[in-house]
Each structure stands twice: as C-alpha cells, then as structure tokens.
Design a binder for this molecule. Structure first.
Ligand code: ADP
Ligand code: MG
Length: 222
C-alpha cells in the first residue's frame, strides 16, 4: 500500500530531510519508525499523507502517486488514511463526540449513523464516559485518545501516528502503542513514529525502521 523508490525530500530552504528512501508497506503491516529528533520521521509521514511531495524518486500510497498536479486525487486518498498528529488538533468548544464526527464529516453518511460511528470509536479507545465532555475539559491523555478515535472512525486502510508516545511515561506509552496496534487488521496497516528508542525492546512484532540523517535502515521485530 506504500511504495517508495529512491525517494528524497529537500525543503525549499535547502534542508535535505530524506535521502534516497526505499520502502514497501503491505496491508496489515505494523511499522515503527524511530530515530532522533530532526532525523526525518515526520517528513516521512508528511510524504505518506501527500502533504509534501518527493523532490526526487517515486512514491505511491494506496496506488495513488504522490506527485504535484493531483491535489484532488490526493485529498480523496486522505479519506482512507487515519492520521494522529503530534498536536492532536482537537477543536475547542466541541465535545469529544463532535470532534470525532468532524473527522468523518466528508464520508457523507447520515448524521445519525455518523454519531453512532463516532461513539463506537470513542468506546474502542476507552472514552465511553467522556463522549459529551468539551475538548478543553479533557486531560492530555484523553485528548490523545479522542484524536485516535477520530482517526479510526473512518475505518482507514492506513493509520499514521506521529510520536504518540511523546510526553508519556513508559507504561502509558506502551498502552498507547498497544491501543494503536490493536487497529491493525488484514486490510489496515499501522505506522507509528517514536523517538523513544528505549521502548524498542518492548516491540514484539512488526517492522522497525530506523531513520538517521534522512536515511533508513529496516529490521524485522519478534
Ligand atoms: P523528526 O520528525 O524526526 O524530528 P522532521 O521530519 O520534522 O524530523 O525534520 C527533518 C529535518 O527537516 C529537520 O532538519 C527539520 O529541521 C527539517 N524540516 C522539517 N520541516 C521543514 C520545513 N517545512 N522546512 C524546512 N525544513 C524542515
Ligand atoms: Mg517529528
């Protein structure tokens, strides 16, 4: 579902964030991307989302080439991707369930069904009791779970989580990783970035991609 061939990304200020990346991701795969701050992890996810384009090489996500001039097709591609951003991007003044519904608005399903789907997603992340709580009254960890619910409510084929373990102690970090991993199934791949390299020994399955200075090294886990 992701095919990257000799992909490089150079930002307009000349920073080479990624250099000659080759990577293939299959449906149902679990991928951890680790590496120090500034190594290129977020840039890699931005390419997968079609937010940035490769400056050389070729990249296809769910068969959609990530190239300039296909903006509307790339927007459509994003409906099949469930992103969990570092900063969550919840909307204040809206409840947990409204925030999740905003994430699936584009699916054009009836309001009632949309609310049911949003509630189901919140139940899956353990927030049944916070459905009607305003975003600003949720704890950091609860906001993170709402962000995950918003990503899974659309039943994505690809879940992309950027540093979901940041700010968490080891137990909570492992809980969040376990939660995200639980949404992997035969059709859905899960990709998680983390700079918490001390967690790696806890990863029991999947593929580990170590990014350093824009280059990657891959290992199989377990
Ligand atoms: P990580 O997520 O691993 O911390 P990033 O992908 O955010 O790394 O950044 C990789 C490199 O690209 C860093 O040197 C960073 O400063 C640079 N970078 C990230 N975004 C931009 C941008 N929009 N413009 C210029 N340089 C950027
Ligand atoms: Mg980052």
């Amino acid at each position: 579902m992701i095919e990257a061939k000799n992909v490089s990304l150079k930002y307009s200020d000349g920073t080479i964030a990624l250099n000659d990346i080759n990577l293939q991701v299959e449906p149902g795969e679990l991928i951890y991307i680790t590496g120090p701050s500034g190594s290129g992890k977020t840039s890699l996810l931005k390419l997968f989302m079609g937010v940035e384009y490769p400056t050389s090489g070729s990249l296809a996500v769910l068969k959609q080439p990530i190239i300039r001039g296909q903006a509307s097709k790339i927007r459509k591609l994003r409906r099949s991707i469930g992103p969990v951003f570092q900063e969550f991007r919840l909307i204040k003044g809206r409840t947990a369930v409204e925030n999740v519904m905003l994430g699936i608005r584009f699916l054009n399903i009836p309001q009632k069904q949309m609310k049911e789907d949003a509630i189901n997603a919140l139940v899956k992340v353990g927030l049944k009791h916070k459905i009607s709580t305003l975003a600003e009254n949720l704890s950091w960890g609860e906001c993170q779970r709402v962000a995950i619910a918003r990503a899974i409510a659309r039943q994505p084929l690809l879940i992309l989580a950027d540093e979901p373990t940041g700010n968490l102690d080891k137990d909570n970090a492992l809980n969040i990783l376990e939660l995200l991993t639980s949404f992997k199934d035969k059709n859905t791949a899960v990709i998680i970035t983390t700079h918490a390299t001390h967690l790696i020994e806890s990863f029991k399955e999947g593929k580990l991609i170590c990014v350093s200075n824009g280059s990657i090294r891959q290992e199989r886990l377990g």
